[in-house]
Design a protein around this ligand. Structure first.
Ligand code: 26V
Length: 828
């Protein structure tokens, strides 16, 4: 707009709005050094973000002051991944300033929604594990608990996914910091040296100490990200470390004319935090990944130790003031690192050090898949972290002694429980180290926690007793995953419950009050209208971003998650093909009686995961064929939405009628998007796995669609596949028919898909041939149920009503009380 219009617009704003517009304009002129009247949306977004940041910093400061003054026991959440997504909308909602900012931005001639869209996702995570960390942080501030997160400030987050015309996934870097990041505060003074390589010499004085010297030293520098709570001043901290060379570059080499050598060491320091590893559920023993893990745990523990020492307490009091949660085994080096600090630097005896360590750490397991359990080769550890390898061997020696005492002569048990797996090379089993070095261990849903106790850590339950092992079922933050992504539904819930959202968003079981209104036709009508509007919002997104037109008057069926064989996107796409073949066989009259639907997929495959990439390729090519088929496309359409992200999830989830969570029983530890869909009134089609089970317990089996074999059958079925395989034509003709259609070239060159199809024909580790028929039946039941819209809406309302358990507010309180023993510290 013109300058005159701009100034005129500023006349009639209320006081708080005025403060906001002033602050935005100030940031435009000073922080951005630009003119307010010819600003683009990106500049306006930056100015608004800086203005919001001012509020966050004030609350952050008061929070840290309160924590210092009250000196409560604190908890630290160590996670290599924090999948934060965007921050602006979440910040103004949590601060209770959304309306004011919308008004202020409007007065300045901009549209808040457009500005929110300028923000890049902070995508420092792969999937569920990283997003869980982000939700738990939101809840820790909201619950006023003294919790900090520690992670790495990757220069590049999870790769950007492109899909080639042939349906190939291509990866591009994610330079998310290119537009400066207003949500972080660099702390030039919070720095620590971190050593790699070198030599560890044990002292000869019998103290057990050692001296670790030489090698490479790099610097860890902190960046702080404020985490606002919902309608509270409490604003916790996420501290992310960046690696830097210790001293610019090596002047000796430089002066000697070795220019490349001089910058090489600085490059190798910077490399440590350059990129997030894009593997989800598979571990490769890569040196750079090991360096990331140590760099981050060493910096975080040094920081925690410095804060503790400021309190002037004896070192033995460490566990009375500090709890450290290990998010999966990725930070397990913290265990030998704290031993090293206590023994080599703080003069503690081995026994005292071990006592402190095992009262400080807690370990959460997030998967029982064998390929995801981390193991580090002993020679690599010896090379990169010689002192830690000594300590791990020592821990093992003591531990093996204890096991031998309890189970004398049980050699096999010793071999199973050892921290060291024999072989060439020997490998360190990180889950064992995390288990014996922690106070307590937990899984992330009831079934998964049971599996942890009966499979991968069975021997440890027998050794320590059951009370060391627990469960904390995952959750999600209802602020982002309902109020922020589905504001109209949030408003409808508030008016129906006659409870302001500020209350029920912090006390999610209050949703149960919706049950009293399930039969209210007015509510049902508005409920359905909101779902419809959310479908239109998604259709609009697809139109703008992909140039495709989607029918909004059909059922929306969605599966969005990382591509993995165990999650069985392949089962879903083969089901779609089955439906397509059936539709083709019907007469036009018969087709008109069927349930119409659009099927959506989104998700990334690890760059080296060939079979997962082939599944994407199949989905894309099936979509190409069936969306172009005039006989059927009115009844069935299919979309693969590229570059799945937190922000895209926020558009997809509120639009779903049904979502699919169809992992082979016993493989999905919990799942969290299942909770997000259900909270938004989408129904669930799933296997009896992970948190699906607890969702069904809450909403009642009649409100979910379950299918497939159960966990106890899986082992047997796999044995059958190995030793008594039945040809697929005999066992599951419907599936054989679908595979033949693909092989036969119905979706382009069938040969391309042979390796994928062969995983099913041979071995079928994820039991598609066992579950396909019951999957198709379940889909048919969904169709029947959806045709009765009245009853469907009731199921939808009931589902939302019963999601109270799945707030991370509940989960974080569970950790606080049953694990960390911390209490809230409210900022007045
Ligand atoms: C493992 C590895 C191995 C080394 C390379 C990088 C990497 C990255 C992540 C992982 C962790 C895999 C475990 C995981 O993500 N589990 C998921 O955790 C969610 C939150 O608890 C849960 O909802 C999902 O069911 C579970 O698959």
């Amino acid at each position: 707009g013109e300058e005159a219009v701009w100034k005129a617009g500023l006349r009639d704003v209320d006081a708080e709005e005025k403060t906001i517009t002033n602050s935005i304009v100030n940031h435009v002129q000073t922080s951005l050094a630009r003119q307010a009247y010819n600003l683009d949306n990106l500049g306006a977004y930056q100015a608004v973000a800086l203005s919001v940041r001012d509020d966050l910093i004030i609350n952050w400061n008061e929070t840290q002051l309160t924590y210092s003054r009250k000196a409560p026991k604190r908890a630290y959440y160590l996670s290599l991944e924090f999948l934060m997504g965007r921050s602006l909308d979440n910040s103004i909602l949590n601060l209770g300033l959304k309306d004011k900012y919308a008004g202020g931005v409007d007065k300045l001639g901009f549209n808040l929604e457009d500005l929110l869209d300028q923000e890049r996702d902070a995508a420092l995570g792969n999937g569920g594990l990283g997003r869980l960390a982000a939700c738990l942080l939101d809840s820790s501030s909201t619950q006023e608990l003294p919790v900090w997160g520690y992670g790495l400030r990757y220069k590049y987050g999870i790769f950007k996914q492109l899909i080639s015309p042939e349906g190939q996934q291509l990866e591009a870097p994610d330079p998310w910091l290119d537009h400066q990041n207003p949500w972080e505060l660099p702390r030039l003074d919070v720095i620590y040296d971190v050593r790699f390589y070198g030599e560890a010499k044990r002292s000869s004085d019998g103290s057990g100490r050692a001296e670790w010297s030489g090698g490479q030293e790099v610097v860890a520098q902190a960046y702080d990200v404020p985490i606002p709570g919902y309608h509270t001043k409490n604003t916790n901290n996420l501290r992310l470390w960046e690696s830097k060379p210790k001293s610019g570059f090596d002047l000796n080499s430089f002066n000697a004319g070795n220019y490349e050598g001089a910058i090489e060491s600085s490059n190798s320091a910077a490399a440590i935090t350059s990129v997030l590893y894009p593997n989800d559920n598979t571990s490769f023993g890569k040196e750079l990944r090991l360096k990331q893990q140590y760099f981050w745990t060493a910096a975080s523990l040094a920081d925690i130790m410095r804060r503790f020492k400021n309190q002037d307490k004896p070192i033995s009091a460490f566990p009375e003031f500090i709890a450290v949660q290990l998010n999966d085994t990725h930070p397990t080096l913290a265990i030998p690192e704290l031993m090293r600090i206590l023994i080599d630097e703080e003069d503690q005896t081995w026994d005292k050090a071990w006592d402190i360590v095992t009262n400080t750490f807690f370990y959460t397991n997030h998967t029982v898949l064998p390929e995801a359990l981390e193991k580090w080769p002993v020679p690599l550890l010896q090379h990169v972290l010689p002192r830690h390898m000594q300590i791990i061997f020592d821990i093992n020696l003591f531990f093996m002694g204890q096991v031998e005492k309890k189970f004398p002569g049980d050699r096999e048990r010793l071999a199973r429980m050892s921290l060291i797996e024999e072989g060439s090379p020997q490998q360190v089993r990180m889950a064992h180290l995390a288990c014996i070095g922690s106070r307590r261990v937990n899984g992330v849903a009831e079934l998964h926690s049971d599996l942890v106790k009966t499979t991968i850590l069975k021997d440890f339950v027998e050794f320590y007793g059951i009370s060391r092992f627990g469960n904390v079922t995952n959750g999600i933050t209802p602020r982002r995953w309902l109020d922020q992504c589905n504001p109209t539904l949030s408003a409808l819930i508030s008016s129906t419950l006659k409870i302001p959202k500020e209350v029920w968003l912090k006390d999610l079981p209050k949703l149960e009050g919706l049950l009293a209104h399930v039969d209210d036709p007015e509510l049902a009508k508005t409920w359905a209208e909101i779902k419809q509007a959310n479908k239109e919002r998604l259709a609009h997104w697809v139109q703008v971003n992909l140039g495709l037109k989607i029918n909004t008057n059909v059922m929306y069926d969605i599966q969005i998650k990382r591509l993995h064989e165990y999650k069985r996107q392949t089962l879903n796409i083969l089901g779609v093909i089955h439906r397509y073949l059936q539709l083709k066989a019907l007469t036009p009259e018969e087709r008109k009686k069927t349930n119409r639907k659009a099927v959506f997929f989104a998700g990334k495959a690890a760059p080296g995961y060939y079979i997962a990439k082939l599944t994407i390729r199949l989905i894309v090519n099936v979509a190409r064929i069936i969306n172009a088929d005039k006989d059927t496309n009115e009844f069935l359409s299919l979309y693969f939405l590229p570059d799945y992200s937190v922000s895209l999830a926020e558009v997809l989830i509120p639009s779903s009628d049904i979502s699919q969570h169809i992992s082979t029983a016993g493989t999905e530890a919990s799942g969290t998007s299942n909770m997000k869909f259900c909270l938004n009134g989408g129904l669930l089609l799933g296997t009896v796995d992970g948190a699906n089970i607890e969702i069904a317990e809450e909403v009642g089996e009649s409100n979910v669609f379950f299918f497939g074999h159960l966990t106890p059958d899986v082992e047997d079925l796999r044995y059958q596949h190995q030793y008594h395989a039945i040809p697929i034509e005999e066992k599951c003709p419907a599936l054989a028919n679908v595979l033949n259609a693909v092989s036969g070239g119905l979706f382009g060159d069938g040969g391309v898909y042979e390796p994928l199809l062969n995983t099913i024909r041979q071995g079928d580790h994820y039991l598609l041939t066992d579950d396909f028929d019951s999957y198709i039946q379940a889909l048919a039941m969904v169709d029947v149920a959806y045709l009765d819209q009245k009853e469907w809406i009731k199921k939808s309302i009931r589902t939302t009503a019963k999601m109270g358990k799945f707030s991370t507010d509940r989960a974080i309180q569970d950790y606080a009380q049953e694990y960390w023993n911390i209490e809230s510290a409210k900022v007045e």
